[in-house]
Design a protein around this ligand. Structure first.
Ligand code: SF4
Length: 428
C-alpha cells in the first residue's frame, strides 16, 4: 500500500508554458536494471554484473531475450538465503565470482557491479567492493559500481546512474579549446549520422559518451560543451558540470524539428555560419520531413495519452503535436527536470496537462475519461488497457529502438501510426 498525496498545482515560470501537476501514489514502472540491455550493446568491452536476486536475473533475461550465439555481457551474482541470513560473507563470494568471471572472459575491460534491491537490503557496499576489486584487477580491468535498484526510480535512471559512475573515469584536462561532447546512449548508426553532420558543419573534435569501448573514454575540460541526447541524464549532467563542462540546453533530437533545433544549438555554440549549417542539414532534414509526413493521415487529430515511464514523454509529445498535429490528452512523466526540459515545454500548447509522478488508479480514471486513440504506457498496463479496447504503445520500445536524428524521424512516427493501423485492421 502506498501513501497518496493529492495533486497540487504549480505555476511554471512563463505564462505560455503548460502547468505541471504532481501526484504520488502507486507506480507502474520497471527498475533501473533494464538499462543494462541497451548499455551492454553500446559499450562493447563492458560486463554488467548484477548483484541481486533470482527476480533480478529473470527481469534481465526476459528483457534481453535469449542469446544463443554470443556470450552475454551481463549476468547476476545471486544473493541467496545464506547471504540474506548473514551466514555467508557476501563480499568474499562476490570476489570469488568476479575472479572466475575475469579469468574466463579476458575480453572484459570494464566491469560494472550493479546494485539491486536485495543488495541494498543486506547493505552490501558495492563501492567498497569496486574499490577493492579495482586494486586487484586494474589496469587490465576497471571496476565501477552503480545502483539499478527499483525503489523510487524509473528504468531509464539506470543509464543515468551508470554514466554518472563513469564520469570519474574520464580524463579531466585544462584544455580551454572548445570541444563538443554528446551525452547519452545512441545506437551506433545514429551516432555515425550525427558525426557526419557535425563534420559537415565544420565542428572540430566531437566525442560521444558513453563510448563504444571503455578504452576510448572522452576527455573533458573547461572548453567542453555538451549536448544531452537523452532527457533522463540529470545526475550525469550535474557531475559533468561539476568538472567544468558546460551544458547546451536544447530540445532533444526527436523528429525533423527537434533534430534541427538540437544541431542548431551546437552550431550556435561553435560559431557555425547559418549558410554552413543550412548546407549541412538541408538534404537530411528534407528527407525527415517527407518521411514524417507519410504518417500524418493516420495520426493528425488523434488523441494520445502518455503514462509516466521512460522520461521521453515530453519530447515525444512535442514531436507528435508539432510535426503530426496530434492532440495531447495528458503527458505523464516520472520526473521532470525543468532546466533540461525548458526548451521542450515552451513548444507545447499552454493547455497541455502535464503530470509529474504517478498515482496509477487516478491516472487510469483520467485515461478512460479522455478516451484517447492511443495510449503510451508500460508493459504492465498495456495488456489490461488493450482488453478494455484501447490501442497502446509500449513505452520501453521507444528506448530500445533508434529514434533520434533525421534518418529515424519517419520510423519514430511509424512507431505511433502502426498500432492505430493494426487496430483498424482488427476491427475491419
Ligand atoms: S525492482 Fe529490485 S528486486 Fe526487482 S528486479 Fe529490480 S532490482 Fe531486482
Amino acid at each position: 500500500m502506498s501513501t497518496v498525496i493529492p495533486i497540487r498545482q504549480e505555476s511554471t515560470s512563463g505564462c505560455q508554458e503548460p502547468q505541471v501537476t504532481h501526484e504520488r501514489g502507486q507506480r507502474e514502472v520497471f527498475c533501473g536494471l533494464t538499462g543494462i540491455i541497451w548499455l551492454h550493446r553500446k559499450i562493447q568491452d563492458a560486463f554488467f554484473l548484477v548483484v541481486g536476486s533470482r527476480t533480478c536475473a529473470h527481469l534481465i533475461q526476459s528483457a534481453a531475450g535469449v542469446m544463443i550465439f554470443a556470450e552475454p555481457r551481463f549476468g547476476t551474482a545471486i544473493i541467496d538465503e545464506r547471504d540474506l541470513a548473514g551466514l555467508a560473507d557476501a563480499n568474499e563470494e562476490l570476489d570469488k565470482i568476479v575472479g572466475e568471471l575475469l579469468q574466463r572472459r579476458p575480453d572484459i575491460k570494464l566491469l560494472f557491479l550493479v546494485g539491486s534491491c536485495p543488495s541494498e537490503v543486506i547493505k552490501l557496499d558495492l563501492s567498497r567492493a569496486a574499490y577493492r576489486l579495482n586494486t586487484q584487477f586494474s589496469p587490465q580491468v576497471k571496476v565501477l559500481n552503480y545502483s539499478g535498484s527499483g525503489i523510487e526510480t524509473t528504468f531509464t535512471q539506470g543509464e543515468d546512474a551508470c554514466l554518472t559512475s563513469m564520469v570519474p573515469a574520464l580524463q579531466v584536462n585544462k584544455d580551454t579549446e572548445k570541444k563538443l561532447l554528446v551525452v547519452g546512449t545512441l545506437a551506433d548508426v545514429v551516432e555515425d549520422q550525427f558525426r557526419v553532420l557535425f563534420t559537415k558543419m565544420g565542428l572540430g573534435e566531437v566525442e560521444f559518451f558513453p563510448p563504444r569501448r571503455s578504452t576510448q573514454m572522452p576527455s573533458i575540460g573547461p572548453g567542453t560543451k555538451f549536448l544531452l541526447a537523452q532527457p533522463f541524464l540529470a545526475d550525469t549532467a550535474r557531475t559533468l558540470e561539476s568538472l567544468g563542462a558546460q551544458h547546451l540546453p536544447a530540445p532533444f533530437p526527436l523528429g525533423a524539428m527537434g533534430t534541427t533545433q538540437w544541431l542548431a544549438k551546437a552550431a550556435q555554440a561553435f560559431g557555425v555560419s547559418n549558410e554552413k549549417f543550412e548546407d549541412a542539414i538541408e538534404a537530411p532534414q528534407k528527407r525527415a520531413i517527407q518521411a514524417v509526413a507519410k504518417h500524418r493521415n493516420e495520426l493528425s487529430g488523434k488523441k494520445i495519452f502518455f503514462f509516466p515511464d521512460s522520461q521521453l514523454e515530453i519530447p515525444l509529445a512535442r514531436f507528435l503535436h508539432s510535426e503530426l498535429d496530434m492532440h495531447l490528452s495528458e503527458v505523464g512523466t516520472p520526473y521532470l527536470h525543468r532546466k533540461h526540459m525548458q526548451a521542450e515545454l515552451q513548444q507545447l500548447p499552454a493547455t497541455t496537462r502535464i503530470v509529474e509522478g504517478q498515482d496509477v488508479d487516478q491516472q487510469l480514471d483520467r485515461c478512460r475519461a479522455a478516451a484517447p486513440d492511443l495510449v503510451v504506457c508500460g508493459l504492465g498496463l498495456a495488456n489490461p488497457l488493450e482488453a478494455e479496447g484501447f490501442t497502446t504503445k509500449w513505452a520501453i520500445e521507444l528506448v530500445f529502438t533508434p529514434i533520434q536524428g533525421y534518418e529515424q524521424a519517419g520510423d519514430l512516427a511509424g512507431l505511433f501510426s502502426r498500432p492505430l493501423i493494426r487496430r483498424l485492421k482488427l476491427v475491419a
